[in-house]
Design a protein around this ligand. Sequence first.
Ligand SMILES: [Zn+2]
Length: 202
Amino acid sequence: MIPKYIVIHHTAVSYRKNPDQWKATNQYHKDKIWGYKNGKPIKTPISSLGYYGGYNYEIAAKGTIMQFRRDGEETVAQYQKNMNNGQAISICLDGYFDIEEPTPEQYEACKKLIIQKMEAYNIKPENIIPHRDLATLKSCPGTRLPDNLAQYFGIVPIIKKEPASFTLEHPTGTPAKRASVLARIARQRVVQKVLNLIAKEK
Ligand SMILES: [Zn+2]
């Protein structure tokens, strides 16, 4: 499936305790029983890359990125709204962001990874969401990270198109074209002034 969302998580274990947690995550998800179906335990499926880690990516404190699952592959990261079916790329950062902030290396690595995936799959900035948007009982990825993750990672100004008024006020093209646009803006302003005057007279 082509991913449409990026969901951000934290491990909720401080990177001061363990700065590189992917092995722990892999083991945890390997052992984990998610529930029972017809009396049989529901276990984490092994990924096409041979791992049990339920996220697509996990980022250590030093900024190194571990890939557990291919983009678009089934995850065990967020059970809500069918978000494990490959429509979301799940990125988990090592750390407990109720009490600490991502390291600068983690922040940069995550930002780069997000931008790369946005470009690869045409993912909208508003579709970069914290896990807690889906699971309201959780704080994941931590209370110190805001809801607007596109803004937090400095992605919105890169992606956002300049407003139309800005391009109008700063026309580009040949000098003749620029002059004609500027003349049109000037005419519009005169018309607006006259309309304002008429409105006042009424
Ligand atoms: Zn989470």
